[in-house]
Design a protein around this ligand. Structure first.
Ligand SMILES: *[C@@H]1O[C@H](CO)[C@@H](O)[C@H](O)[C@H]1NC(C)=O
Ligand SMILES: *[C@@H]1O[C@H](CO)[C@@H](O)[C@H](O)[C@H]1NC(C)=O
Length: 486
């Protein structure tokens, strides 16, 4: 078989299929082979924040550009007035930090190969050798940037949303789109790719212009909004720069579940267990997910793990998100107050404009950020909260937890607020209603479990946050009275 990016995908290939593999150069075509692969799809549900959008949303696999209408979405008497979407960037490269760890692991395997070079004929068939030979194609410059698959994630999301809300994404509204993004390359590029998807929607078949030349202009960068966590002093000192804040993550890394995997992997790879640690194991697992998400290939790194290992490694990933972005500390979610307020200010303004029969100034607001942008906001709003905290010691009890980042914030995940204007047939009363969608599925409201809420009821439910959550105050460090000690 030709040694190309597809050649290591394990398929029960007929000669014709093998020829086809050799012929297609497009990487996206390669991924057509992937669903046949049992191991990859068995591990895919456990990739946490490195999960592909289509794995969290399998309905998309047959046709990712077809509109996907949740049956709970409102229609008939209600017209959508405004859409506020928070969108995580699409599929990305590993960060430089992850690439360096991977290189370290690769080095370990190659050193091993050199040592038993004399008996290498016997070792040829083993997984360690296959991994030592597997090309390490990640380079430092890639550092977390958006990949082509990530652009495709965004274009396809744009096409689906535009078909789902044709009145909001009308050609006429295009010039009024409001785009805000985090300053990170992967987010700016995601915004641009989303715009290109919209262009494709309006002008099928025509190549999109450069984003800078588009009517609505390039996305506006606003890190205070989209990377609020970098700007919140209390979060930085209590969590981000606090060596003990992620205690449970560190404890789980050295706990019995991880130790079992370490021993098993050391045995499979035939390297001393002392040379491995939880971080290296985690990066090996991520590499399986990166090779799949970025290239659509199954890397031999996937063969190192079984489903039980994957569940443990998923928990390790979720533990970190829980303590750093979720319910672990109050400040994690409170740091997102500005974003929460911003969303409701947009909705308030649209309600006022509609009530005064004015045109809606911003019918579509698109905000591009990170998993770290979405998780705190969802926590602030009370979603995916388990009765017990996730700790280093309750892995088994948390097997059926709600807080599973792979389901909540895969690549290209999106949280969308849709404001509707409704006319009630029986009474002449006009009403405003809101629905929330997470990853294009209606998210029942945290307070009622209903799929739709009167806007007033929603605001009433969140009135404490709306009234008292001000990032300026929330993020202020407690005043230390140093004179006490004197
Ligand atoms: C760091 O985290 C620990 C554990 O939550 C906490 O007790 C401590 O007060 C934090 N330190 C700072 C400076 O906030
Ligand atoms: C700081 O502590 C001193 C001594 O206990 C007290 O007199 C002073 O009022 C305190 N200052 C503030 C700002 O709380």
């Amino acid at each position: 078989m030709v040694r190309g990016p597809c050649s290591l995908v394990r398929v029960s290939a007929t000669p014709v299929a093998a020829l086809a593999v050799a012929l297609v150069s497009s990487l996206s075509r390669c991924s057509l082979l992937e669903p046949e692969d049992g191991v990859v799809s068995a591990l895919s549900p456990y990739f946490g924040t490195k999960t592909r959008y289509e794995d969290a949303n399998p309905g998309l696999l047959p046709d990712p550009e077809a509109p996907r209408r949740d049956p709970e979405l409102l229609e008939e008497t209600c017209t959508p007035v405004q859409l506020v979407a928070l969108i995580r960037h699409g599929t990305r490269y590993p960060t430089t930090k992850q690439i360096r760890k991977l290189r370290q692991l690769h080095g370990l395997l190659q050193a091993r190969g050199a040592e038993d070079g004399r008996s290498s004929a016997a070792g040829r068939g083993d997984l360690g050798a296959a991994l030592a030979d597997w090309p390490l194609w990640y380079a430092d410059w890639m550092d977390g940037q958006l990949v082509e698959k990530g652009r495709q994630d965004m274009r396809q999301l744009a096409l689906r949303l535009a078909s789902l809300f044709p009145a909001l994404f009308s050609r006429e509204n295009y010039g009024r789109l409001q785009l805000v993004t985090s300053s990170k390359h992967r987010c700016v590029d995601s915004g641009a790719a989303f715009l290109q998807g919209l262009w494709q929607h309006y002008h099928p078949g025509l190549p999109p212009p450069d984003v800078a030349d588009m009517e609505c202009g390039p996305p506006r960068i606003n890190d205070k909004l989209m990377r609020f966590f970098d700007h919140c002093e209390k979060f930085l000192s209590q969590v981000e720069r606090n060596a003990t804040a992620l205690y449970h993550v560190e404890a789980f890394k050295t706990g019995p579940e991880m130790q079992n995997i370490l021993k098993k992997v050391a045995d499979i790879l035939q390297v001393p267990v002392d040379n491995l640690n939880a971080d290296l194991i985690q990066v090996a697992f991520f590499t399986c997910s990166f090779d799949l998400a970025i290239k659509g290939v199954k890397s031999p790194w996937c063969d190192v793990f079984d489903i039980d290992d994957a569940k443990v490694l998923e928990y390790l990933n979720d533990l970190k998100q829980y303590w750093k972005r979720g319910y672990g500390y109050t400040i994690n979610s409170r740091s997102s107050c500005t974003l929460f307020q911003d969303i409701f200010q947009h909705l308030d303004k649209a309600v006022k404009q509609k009530q005064c029969s004015q045109p809606i100034s911003s019918p579509v607001i698109l905000q591009f950020g990170h998993a770290e942008t979405l998780l705190p906001l969802l926590s602030l709003m009370g979603y995916f909260k388990d009765k017990e905290p996730l700790t280093a010691y309750n892995y088994k009890e948390q097997m059926h937890r709600k807080f599973r980042s792979g389901h909540i914030v895969p690549y290209a995940s999106n949280l969308i607020f849709v404001l509707y204007h409704c006319k009630n047939a029986k009474t002449p009363k006009e009403e405003f209603r809101v629905q929330m969608l997470l990853n294009e599925k209606v998210l029942p409201l945290a307070h009622s479990q209903e799929t739709v809420s009167l806007y007033e009821d929603l605001k009433n439910h969140y009135k404490d946050i709306l009234q008292s959550c001000r990032t300026g105050e929330e993020c202020e460090l407690p005043k230390v009275n140093t004179s006490d000690e004197l």
